[in-house]
Design a protein around this ligand. Structure first.
Ligand code: NDP
Ligand code: 2IT
Length: 448
């Protein structure tokens, strides 16, 4: 069989085994589409059925999560953990709590995580989990009862050398705290079974900032290849959660101007820029009051675009930091027409295939999610190292390691693209560089 037929057969098997899971199909297709030349060069991957194995999670866990709301009603949610690949280390990846969560979303995220974690240079396998629970509008007590029930089941599947979850959409410091407390109570162990922990009980400095900061560091590396910096650049950012907030903080420090924020209801456009003071308002609004981004527009008297995404706003650089498929073909066209030439993906798979295709064809500086947002999980890896040592590193130490890791992630993507004759195509570079390391580890470890 020729290389294309081999790849097509693997993809068809994925479609057949995972019916209706469109996000997973999309993530697999993008990676497989990059791997032709690698497979051509490495027949040993074909013989060992590395592709067939890598698209199938090592273990899939699905469980009932019963909990009681404040009115005394019983609620039932569905929890998951996809332990995707452990060739490079313990399963590692976030937990997402959002009403849209189902197997197809978590499998796409777990699959991406395998290659992302490989790019970080740290010893981590890939996994993802979560629940269709909606934290919006729930009291702290309801969130706590839910998290305790979720961990009551999850605790039998995770461990510091087995599987180490963290946050993602809907899971931040509050949820990690409740889940950690429940694990400790059931197992009577204070170990690093989650990352993103509180700073005075095992968390790492810079972990809250890491995804946003890392995404900006990655974009900075892309700009350097053209001898440019962030000074004076106008940037659009979507989302207003963890990743968006720290993307803006770092862009401000580097002399850029951020002019947008959004949530699932709409977008604010602040042409004067979201400075440190306004960002502090956003952090209080989103992390403490848990309000809507429209309140920013009311407070600072700027435009609010109900139901709109930020991609119609003119910018040099765009940072999608909300969710999957939030930049479609029309958005990409508009961004490019408005002169945008840097896209660095803080969110996972935020660009549809048709959008990504345009960014690649136009040869803009396009940093795909599994590379550009790897700083979050990389710093989770640094949190695991500190937990194992029972030591805490300083802010400066962690930030310096994060910067070095992002430089290395960029270099791996850049070099792999060069090696395979696709200069500047960081999508292909990320997929190839991430894949090869995992594939070689799988070969070394035999048929498992
Ligand atoms: P948060 O929950 O802190 O924030 C999510 C933000 O995105 C909110 O503003 C939310 O708006 C918006 N959002 C979520 N879902 C949708 C949707 N369906 N449509 C429109 N807006 C939406 O999550 P994070 O900031 O942690 O995560 C953002 C993205 O970054 C995700 O794709 C995540 O997978 C990715 N990521 C996160 C990492 C991390 O360390 N946290 C690491 C790497 C990637 P609303 O409040 O209205 O729901
Ligand atoms: O998508 C991601 O990389 C994350 N949500 C962070 C995972 C982690 O283990 O820190």
């Amino acid at each position: 069989m020729g290389v294309n037929a081999i790849i097509q057969a693997v993809y068809e098997q994925v479609l057949q085994r995972n019916p209706g899971e469109t996000e997973f199909h999309q993530a697999v297709k993008e990676v497989l589409d990059s791997l032709g030349p690698v497979i051509e060069k490495h027949p040993e991957y074909v013989d060992a059925k590395i592709l067939d194995r890598i698209v199938e999670p090592e273990r899939q866990i699905m469980f009932r999560v019963p909990w009681q709301d404040d009115k005394g009603n019983v609620q039932v949610n569905r929890g998951f953990r996809f332990e995707f690949n452990s060739a490079l280390g313990p399963y590692k990846g976030g937990l997402r709590f959002h009403p849209t969560v189902y197997a197809g979303i978590l499998k796409f995220l777990g699959f991406e995580q395998v290659f992302k974690n490989s790019l970080t240079t740290l010893p981590m396998g890939g996994g993802k989990g979560g629940c269709d629970f909606d934290p919006k509008g729930k009291s702290d007590n309801e969130v706590m009862r839910f998290c305790q029930s979720f961990m009551t089941e999850l605790c039998r599947h995770i461990g510091p050398d087995t599987d180490v979850p963290a946050g993602d959409i809907g899971v931040g410091g509050r949820e990690i705290g409740f889940m950690f407390g429940q694990y400790k109570r059931i197992r009577n162990e204070f170990t690093g079974i989650l990352t993103g922990k509180g700073l005075n009980w095992g968390g790492s400095l810079i972990r809250p900032e890491a995804t946003g900061y890392g995404c900006v560091y990655y974009a900075e590396e892309m700009l350097k290849t053209r001898g440019e910096s962030f000074d004076g650049k106008v940037c659009t950012v979507s989302g207003s959660g963890n990743v968006a907030q720290y993307t803006i903080e770092k862009l401000n420090q580097l002399g850029a101007k951020c002019v947008s924020l959004s949530d699932s209801n709409g977008t604010v456009h602040d042409p004067n820029g979201i400075d440190a003071e306004k960002l502090a308002f956003v952090m209080e609004l989103k992390n403490v009051k848990r309000g809507r981004i429209k309140e920013y527009a009311d407070k600072f008297k700027v435009d609010y675009m109900e139901g709109k995404r930020p991609w119609g706003i003119k910018c040099h650089c765009a940072f999608p930091s909300a969710t999957q498929n939030e930049v479609d073909a029309d958005d990409a066209k508009t961004l490019l027409a408005n002169g945008c030439y840097v896209v660095s993906e803080g969110a996972n798979m935020p660009s549809t295939p048709e959008a990504a295709e345009q960014f690649i064809a136009q040869k803009i500086l396009y940093g795909p999610a599994k590379a550009a947002n790897a700083g979050g999980v990389a710093t989770s890896g640094l949190e695991m190292s500190q937990n194992s040592q029972r030591l805490s590193w300083t802010r400066e130490q962690v930030d310096e390691q994060l910067q070095n890791i992002m430089i290395s992630v960029h270099k791996q993507c850049f070099d792999a693209a060069e090696e395979y004759g696709q200069s500047g195509n960081l999508v292909m570079g990320a997929n190839i560089a991430g894949f090869v390391k995992v594939a070689d580890a799988m070969l070394d470890q035999g048929l498992v």
